[in-house]
Design a protein around this ligand. Structure first.
Ligand code: DGL
Length: 261
């Protein structure tokens, strides 16, 4: 694998969620070209068995490698848990980052109160998540909430409304109390729901924390260490999707450019 700074950076996710990480990367590295592949044809990943998630992730990563990428962001917590360790072994020279629920920053910025972690059922079931939880469990009251069916709202372009509100009320509502100090958005689709989450939380002082900026910063660091950052070029963003639905591509660019909370 011969890499040079003029090659694009690859991004993947099970669908549109990874665009929340891509946005941060584009802001941090405006001189880079990016290729994003969303695997909406096979979404959701988060309710599938680990082996299936791994095979789907490999398939998308191979498409990106065929396009000659110089670095890779697995912008999906679920795919990271299932496949990043083996991807690192398979492609040792490739600068590669994954994303995991931002429990560490939530614990470090908090005061030992309650931290809710919203993520897919598969992310929460993985050993990697168990280890992350074990590391911080004595410093805060950390409660994982499997959010089956939530990424589907973002895929469908539903970022607000009664149905979404009813979902949050039913799934997250029962865990909110006066000690709740933050909610970790442990799936890359969820930052697009920040506004609705804010409205749902009303005047509670609860921080919404996600790992998208940290992941983009780590990607930049790895590319820099490898001498692969690009300069003096107007960067581009190309978004593709495994689904045939052209609406998904339109929605993807909308998410790339929209204002979040
Ligand atoms: N965006 C993905 C994540 O960060 C998961 C959504 C899914 O496919 O279930 O976990």
């Amino acid at each position: 694998m011969i890499l040079n700074s003029e090659q694009p950076i690859g991004f993947m996710d099970s669908g549109l969620g990874g665009i929340s990480v891509l946005r941060e990367a584009v802001r941090l590295m405006p001189e880079e070209d990016f290729i994003y592949i969303g695997d909406s044809a096979h979404a959701p990943y988060g309710t599938r068995p680990r082996e299936e998630i791994r095979a789907l992730t490999y398939a998308v990563v191979e498409q990106l490698l065929d396009r000659g990428i110089k670095g890779l962001a697995v912008a999906c917590n679920t795919a990271t848990g299932a496949a990043v360790a083996s991807l690192r072994q398979r492609y040792p020279q490739l600068p590669l980052v994954g994303i995991e629920p931002a429990i560490k920053p939530a614990v470090e910025s908090g005061e030992g109160g309650r931290i809710l972690v919203m993520a897919t059922p598969m992310t929460i079931r993985q050993e990697k998540f168990g280890r992350l939880l074990a590391r911080y469990q004595d410093q805060a009251e950390i409660i994982p909430i499997p959010c089956e069916g939530l990424m589907e709202f973002v895929e469908a372009g539903t970022l607000k409304g009664e149905q979404l509100d009813a979902y949050l009320e039913r799934v997250v509502g029962p865990y909110l109390n006066d000690r709740t100090e933050s909610i970790v958005l442990g799936c890359t689709h969820y930052p697009f729901l920040r506004r609705e989450l804010r409205a749902f939380l009303k005047d509670r002082k609860v921080a919404l924390i996600d790992g998208s900026f940290g992941t983009a910063r780590e990607l930049k660091r790895r590319l820099s260490v490898a001498g692969l950052l690009r300069n003096g070029h107007k960067g581009t963003v190309t978004i593709e999707n495994t689904s045939e639905d052209p609406e998904l591509i339109r929605r993807s660019y909308e998410l790339l450019n929209m204002d979040l909370d």
